[in-house]
Design a protein around this ligand. Structure first.
Ligand code: HEM
Length: 441
């Protein structure tokens, strides 16, 4: 009996091996001359998928060192080509007929929400969102955000174990009120949001999907008619209920990025004497240069977003730094990752250190810096995000003397878990104290 089991096991292993070898040969066979080098990894089918999920940054750095600025990783049966030369991004973004975004975005949304939008629906939603986030609406939302923030700051401040939790709660409260109006009670949403925030980068996580549905349902039950905040102008176009859910979800999800950005901006400015002095002196005037520069520098230090495209046809692109032409196949995913150039010693004076002068002394258009993506998927919330961060930092520093306690090397460490999915969170909480300043605002 034992030997029969062994025989069957051996036969199964042989058949499996045959298919694995066949699959690997097939996927390697049609490699064209100008295709980027491919890394298949050791595990059949999964390929480099596990390495990438477990430690994205390390995997990309390793591959970049091995192959240069363009390479393909075979992951979960798919070919994903990475381009790490920022100078080449503009050309990719311009090629919007061959390299598209919508299908991928629908896929990501389906994974995050467990709901597949109707074909073409994502495009309709985003078009509406772009229209809604026009300058007038964004300015009104930012003003509303400022007044809600101000109200909370004026009231008795709750005690928090650390600056990140404090920032999250304060920002979430004020931004949700700014969007959905006075009727909403953000405290009913916050705990679920934080749980979601901790898991959402694992887009296919069941827990993240359940939490997101809970948050949107809670939100919808609180704001059935959407009578105030920014939302009425958005919903003039009457979306069906399901679309409304997706829509709210995108807005809520965007908070993850902005919260982390607010935190790091405040933290970096407060822990850098020069930056803090420059920002404080400008808060008294109407000139707001230093906060803006510090925010750009914060984004450089801690954003980790990628820009993703799907190849609709076989197509070619040129790597600007080397002039080398590469091709991708129809169906391949193309990911633009600018993280390496954000720390390039040839570009930044002190690449690993917060230095707001990086943006003072350079023409931003010439820097390898596009944290909000580009082309058809350029972030529609970028202006609002920058306004909110500026307001947050300004109000905090105007209202309080904020003292960071026990700042060590560990306090500067980002948590890399969210790398490639947006702004990095801090790995460690920083204790702080607040002393109200006696100023008229
Ligand atoms: C610091 C804060 C933020 C950062 C770093 C950020 C970054 C990004 C990036 C990198 C993309 C993808 C671009 C691409 O694929 O090329 C994106 C897309 C997007 N962002 Fe943001 N974002 C932020 C805040 C916001 C806010 C506040 C909102 C909404 C109010 C928002 C809404 C969106 C939406 C809807 C998309 C998808 C666009 C599309 O599918 O065409 N983001 N963001």
């Amino acid at each position: 009996m034992d030997s029969l089991v062994q025989l069957i096991t051996l036969a199964c292993l042989l058949v499996a091996w045959h298919f694995i070898t066949l699959a690997r040969k097939t996927s390697k066979r049609s490699k064209g001359a100008s295709e980027p080098p491919v890394e298949y990894g050791w595990i059949p089918f999964i390929g480099m998928g596990l390495n990438y999920i477990l430690d994205t940054k390390r995997t990309l750095d390793k591959m970049n060192k091995k192959y240069g600025d363009c390479f393909t990783l075979y992951m979960g049966g798919q070919r994903v080509t990475f381009i790490m030369d920022h100078a080449s991004f503009a050309g990719i973004w311009k090629n919007k007929d061959n390299l598209t975004f919508e299908g991928l975005a629908e896929e990501m949304l389906a994974k995050a929400t467990n709901h597949r939008v109707a074909p073409g629906h994502y495009h309709a939603m985003i078009t509406l969102e772009r229209k809604a986030l026009n300058l007038a609406n964004v300015t009104a939302t930012a003003r509303s955000f400022q007044s809600h923030l101000f109200k909370v700051l004026k009231s008795a401040m709750p005690v928090h174990p650390g600056l990140y939790q404090f920032t999250s709660e304060l920002f979430f409260h004020s931004s949700i009120k700014a969007f959905y109006g006075e009727v909403i009670d953000p405290s009913q949403l916050f705990d679920d949001f934080r749980k979601f925030d901790k898991t959402h980068w694992k887009l296919s996580s069941k827990a993240a999907q359940t939490l997101m549905m809970k948050i949107t349902n809670n939100l919808l039950s609180q704001v059935p008619t959407l009578q105030s905040g920014l939302t009425p102008s958005i919903f003039h176009e009457r979306l069906p209920a399901r679309a409304l859910n997706d829509f709210l979800l995108i807005f809520i999800g965007a908070n993850s990025n902005t919260i982390a950005a607010n935190y790091w901006a405040l933290f970096f400015i407060l822990s850098d004497k020069d930056a803090a002095t420059a920002v404080r002196s400008e808060l008294e005037s109407i000139k707001y240069n230093s906060p803006k520069l510090s925010i750009s520098e914060t984004i450089r230090m801690r954003s980790s977003s990628q820009s993703t495209r799907l190849a609709e046809k076989n197509c070619e692109f040129t790597l600007q730094k080397t002039g080398k032409v590469f091709s991708v196949r129809k169906g391949d995913t193309v990911i633009l990752d600018g993280s390496k150039d954000l720390f390039d010693e040839a570009v930044w004076e002190t690449p690993r250190q917060f230095n707001y002068k990086h943006f003072l002394e350079n023409d931003v258009r010439k820097l390898p810096f596009s944290p909000f993506g580009g082309g058809i998927s350029l972030c529609p919330g970028r202006i609002l995000a920058r306004m909110e961060i500026t307001i947050f930092v300004a109000e905090m520093m105007r209202e309080f003397d904020v003292t960071l306690e026990n700042v060590t090397k560990d306090s500067f460490e980002p948590d890399m878990a969210r790398f490639a999915f947006g702004f990095l969170e801090p790995k460690n909480e920083v204790k702080f104290s607040l002393k109200r300043r006696d100023v008229e605002v």
